[in-house]
Ligand binder design. Structure first.
Ligand code: 6PG
Length: 476
C-alpha cells in the first residue's frame, strides 16, 4: 500500500465513525480509519472490501497513509477520550493539519482544544453531526464551526455526504470558535423539548382520550401529514405499532417509563441560564427526564398524594385537533427559544452564527428536521433583525390562532391531573413575551426592601433605594 494515499482519516470506528466513513467513501473520497478495538477494524475492512478505504491497527501506519495537510475526523465519545486522542495524535501532526471533532463535545471543551492546538498551528474544528446511525451512513445534518479557512478543507466532503433539501446540502459554516458544537448542543435541547411535548400529547390522548396504540398510531400518522410534519412524529407513529418479541403486547407498553439522558439537553439549559436567555421548554424537558428517573419515589407518592376528583375520560374527537394545534404551538415556541439562545450566544461568544443557515441545515438529516424549518429559515431571511421567531410575520399569525386550542389542551390536562410541563411552559413563555407589563416591579421592590438592591423607575432614569424597613417599623 502506497504511503500518503488517503484524503481523509477517521479516528473512532464505532457505529457513527464507521457509517460516516462508508458514506464518505461511497461519495468518491478515500478514507483511512483507525481504532484501538480490533473488532471494529475487522468489521470495517470486511464491510469496505473493494472500496477506497482501509482501517489501520497502529496510529503510525494510519498517519503515514494520509495525504498532507492531513484532515482527520474524530468520532469518539465526548469527554476525556477526545483529549486522549488529541494527545496521542498531536506528536505526529504538522502545522496546517486539521482535526475535526464530530462528537457531541461540550463547547467549552472545544474552545480549550482550539487554543491548545493553535500553539502548534494545528487547526481544530468542533462539528455537530446529527441523524444517528442511518444519518451518518446516508446523509446527516452537519454543523461545522471554527476557523473559516480550515473549513474549506472539509467543505467538499461535508457537502457531498450531508443530507440534501431540494438539492441543497444540510451543512453550512456555523461560525467561529466552538459555534458548531454550540449549535449542535441547542439542536439537542430542542430535540428534548419536542420529544417531551409529543410524550405529553401521548399521555393526554391515552389517558384523557382513552385511545389504544393502534388508534394512537393512526392519529400520530395523521399529525405527520399536517403542518407539523417532522421526523420525531414519524418515528412516534411507527413506535405505537411495534410488537413486542417477548410478550403479546405492543413493545411500547413493556418499556420502563424512566428516560435516560447523556446531558446535552441540560447543557443547553445551563448555558441559557448563564446567558440569561429564557428556554423554559428545554428546561422543563430536562426536568421531566429527571422526574421520570425517580420511578420508586413516584410509585410511593402515587399512593400518598391525590389528583383531582374528576378524572373522567373526555371524548377523543375533540381532543385530537386540539392536541395537533398544541403540538404546532409548542414546536414554534421551542424552535423560537432555541434560536434565541443561539442568537445570544453568537453575540456573547462572537461566533457570527447566521440563524438562516442554522434553520437551513436543520431542514433535513437531523433528529429535529421538520417541514416548518423551511418557513423558519424564511422568517429569519425576510427579517434579518428579527428578535424572536414568535413575533415574525410568518409565525405570529399562526400562534395567535393556535393559542386558543393550546389553552384548552392545558386546561383539560390540569383538570385531569396530567402533567404537561412543556406545553405549560411554552404557553407561559408566549403569554409572558407578549405582556407589555409584567409584575416584575414587585420583584424589584422586594429586592430593594430586603437587600437594598435598588430599583428603576418608570418616570425617570437612575437607580433608587427606599428605606422600606422604616415603613414596616412605623406600621409595626
Ligand atoms: C442526534 C442525536 C444524538 C444523540 C443524542 C441523544 O442529533 O443524532 O441528538 O446526538 O442521540 O445525544 O441524547 P440523550 O442520550 O441525551 O437523549
Amino acid at each position: 500500500m502506497a504511503d500518503q494515499q488517503y484524503e481523509y482519516g477517521m479516528i473512532g470506528l464505532g457505529t457513527m465513525g464507521r457509517n460516516l466513513l462508508l458514506n464518505m467513501v461511497d461519495r468518491g473520497f478515500s478514507v483511512a480509519g483507525y481504532d484501538k478495538d480490533p473488532n471494529t477494524l475487522e468489521l470495517l475492512n470486511k464491510e469496505g472490501a473493494g472500496k477506497n478505504l482501509h482501517a489501520f491497527a497502529t496510529l503510525e501506519q494510519f498517519i503515514q497513509s494520509l495525504k498532507q495537510p492531513r484532515v482527520i475526523i474524530i468520532l469518539v465519545p465526548a469527554g476525556r477520550i477526545v483529549d486522549a486522542v488529541i494527545e496521542e495524535v498531536k506528536p505526529f501532526l504538522n502545522s496546517n493539519d486539521l482535526l475535526v471533532d464530530c462528537g457531541n463535545s461540550h463547547f467549552t471543551d472545544t474552545n480549550r482544544r482550539i487554543n491548545h492546538l493553535n500553539d502548534q498551528g494545528i487547526h481544530f474544528m468542533g462539528t455537530g453531526v446529527s441523524g444517528g446511525e442511518a444519518g451518518a451512513r446516508f446523509g446527516p445534518s452537519i454543523m461545522p464551526g471554527g476557523n473559516a479557512e480550515a473549513y474549506q478543507m472539509v467543505k467538499p466532503v461535508f457537502e457531498a455526504i450531508a443530507a440534501k433539501t431540494n438539492g441543497v446540502p444540510c451543512v453550512a459554516y456555523m461560525g467561529k470558535g466552538s459555534a458548531g458544537h454550540y449549535v449542535k448542543m441547542v439542536h439537542n435541547g430542542i430535540e428534548y423539548a419536542i420529544m417531551q411535548a409529543i410524550a405529553e400529547s401521548y399521555q393526554m390522548l391515552k389517558q384523557l382520550g382513552g385511545l389504544n396504540n393502534t388508534e394512537l398510531q393512526v392519529i400520530f400518522e395523521s399529525y405527520n401529514q399536517s403542518a407539523i410534519r417532522c421526523y420525531l412524529l414519524e418515528i412516534t407513529s411507527a413506535i405505537f405499532s411495534e410488537p413486542d418479541d417477548l410478550t403479546e403486547n405492543r413493545l411500547l407498553d413493556m418499556i420502563l417509563d424512566s428516560a435516560r439522558q447523556k446531558g446535552t439537553g441540560a447543557w443547553s439549559s445551563q448555558d441559557a441560564m448563564n446567558l440569561m436567555v429564557p428556554t423554559p421548554a428545554i428546561d422543563a424537558s430536562v426536568v421531566q427526564r429527571e422526574i421520570s428517573g425517580l420511578k420508586n419515589e413516584r410509585i410511593f407518592a402515587s399512593n400518598v398524594l391525590n389528583g383531582p376528583d374528576n378524572d373522567a375520560l373526555l371524548g377523543h374527537d375533540g381532543l385530537v385537533p386540539v392536541i395537533e394545534d398544541t403540538l404546532h404551538f409548542c414546536m414554534i415556541c421551542i424552535y423560537a427559544q432555541g434560536l434565541a439562545l443561539i442568537k445570544a450566544a453568537s453575540q456573547q461568544y462572537q461566533y457570527d452564527t447566521d440563524p438562516v443557515q442554522v434553520a437551513s441545515v436543520w431542514r433535513d438529516g437531523c433528529i429535529i428536521r421538520a417541514d416548518m424549518l423551511e418557513d423558519i429559515r424564511k422568517a429569519f431571511q425576510q427579517e434579518p433583525a428579527l428578535q424572536n421567531l414568535v413575533v415574525s410575520e410568518l409565525f405570529a399569525g399562526r400562534l395567535n390562532k393556535l393559542q386558543k386550542h393550546t389553552r384548552s389542551a392545558i386546561i383539560s390536562a390540569v383538570s385531569a391531573g396530567i402533567p404537561v410541563p412543556v406545553m405549560m411552559s411554552n404557553l407561559a413563555y408566549y403569554d409572558s413575551y407578549r405582556s407589555a407589563w409584567l409584575p416584575a416591579n414587585l420583584l424589584q421592590a422586594q429586592r430593594d426592601f430586603f437587600g437594598a438592591h435598588t430599583y428603576e423607575r418608570i418616570d425617570r432614569t437612575g437607580s433608587f433605594h427606599t428605606n422600606w424597613q422604616a415603613l414596616t417599623d412605623n406600621n409595626g
